[in-house]
Write a protein that binds this ligand. Sequence first.
Ligand code: HSE
Length: 311
Amino acid sequence: MSARQVTAFAPGTVANLGPGFDVLGLAIEGPGDTVVARRAPGGLRIAAITGEGGALSTDVDANTAGVAARQTLRRLGIDPASAGVELEVHKGMPIGSGLGSSAASAAAAAYAVNLLCGGPLRREDLIGPCVEAEAVVSGRHADNVAAALLGGLVLVRSVDPLDVVRLPTPSGLRLVVVTPDFELPTRRARAALPAQVSLKAMVTHAAQLATVVAACYADDPALLTRGLRDPVVTPARAALIPGGEAVMRAAEAAGALGSGICGAGPSLFALCHAAGVARAVEAAMLAAFADAGLTARGCVSPLDCPGVTTR
Ligand code: HSE
């Protein structure tokens, strides 16, 4: 080992971006989790969890930071039972908010542990350990963890075997993210999805996802806007979020180019041209959530944000 202590911050992420269910993920600026990894006698343990998820378990097997750290140690050829690593997790966003809280803890832990051990693994090598962590709490998907590790916008072509592609982000856009005070566990939001979809929906979905990817390469916000609505996942989940459809309509009425659900929800996003419009859109979304009886908080992020970093 080459350091006594490493502190890493991993950003929140917006998965799916409309039609990219389980395949698109975007790092955002603002919310995120911090993990301190330090040398300590014994095996691997979580010494403390503070912040918004303070009620989470410190059991290594039940926490994504713990599982990701253990998987990273194994990838490094170190036995977790005698690793001598202690973690402290500071949650900087609500759990069950749709902003990749579990992924941020996993990414920050994997990154910190790798650096604590000399940093031989690349960011890409840490995606696998973090997917194993996600699988414990919310399902086997890599969209949030890949974006939290790599930053920017990612396309997960395959989880087994892992194949992740970085995509360019259209320039000059802002993403408004509004998080209501309402927890929607990812497992519940996944259970609401249909097990089968019609051929018509599949064709529409494929066209929409292709449109988003084409818009990113063409640097074409108008095209991106046309691709944002998906025919399957967003309608099924919007019904689980009090005021969901109304908040998205309010965003678009206030000048947003398009809107959707952040990951499994209940946070919602809106894409905007300029920072000034973004603040007005944020205010309209907060007001619409208030009309539905929910307090909420918002943030405005660029689209090309960095992934996990040391602090
Ligand atoms: N792609 C996942 C989902 C992300 O939508 O269920 C969960 O944050």
